[in-house]
Design a binder for this molecule. Sequence first.
Ligand SMILES: [Zn+2]
Length: 265
Amino acid sequence: MHCQGNLLKMKTRLEHVTAYTLLLGAVDVALNPLVGREISLTYLNQINCIHCGRVTRNSFGQGYCYPCFISVPQTEECVLHPEKCRAHEGIARDMDYAREHCLKDHFVYLAVTSDLKVGVTRESQIPTRWLDQGASRAVVLARTPNRYLAGCVEVALKAHLADKTNWRRMLTREPAPEINLAAEKGRAAELLPAELQAYVTPDDGVLEIRYPVLDYPAKLKSVNFDRAGSLAGRLAGVKGQYLLFDDGQVFNIRRHNGYLVALDT
Ligand SMILES: [Zn+2]
């Protein structure tokens, strides 16, 4: 098979083993059947902004041209820093967008990605967010009526918990099996100030997530199309938004949003 198009974040579906679809412009490629097979990705030396489509020499904020990066609501500061969201005070780049994305119920969650981490996401993004991060387990900690309050819960826990993922460690067999997420939820809840404890959810149900990975290479080497023009090998698996090859090459799809790429299988 040969196809080409602009890369976008892979589509995921929670199943017994997470199902991945590679999005190449208008072409959808089911990835799970390709695990264990030889594939190649070739960069065609063009980046198109994932918002407006224009050609851009560099990608900003994972896929945007510079004018879009500094103006569209998808790249506003509160995307990375929920505690800086001001939508609840009526301040946002685009209030219509904010009503749909910031002024909706949010979840604060604990997940095991590389280690225990805390994160924030909109209600409708669960479990998508967890699959995108390569979490092997996750539990909801709190539910808040907007993004800002979820950010406040996260900030209160940042002194005790990581909010970033170490991708090298995430791409190992099962990171940190000793972590008991339900117990960590109880501990985290006690660390919150009383006014935020009110948002902690009663359900301690832990979601376990499996990924289509045949084997985890011992040594990983990240491939970046700003430096390398192509990538070929046997696909060992897919986890988070990463393609994993059996010689240890790792390709972060999200980092290459908007890159024009050909896929051959
Ligand atoms: Zn643009």
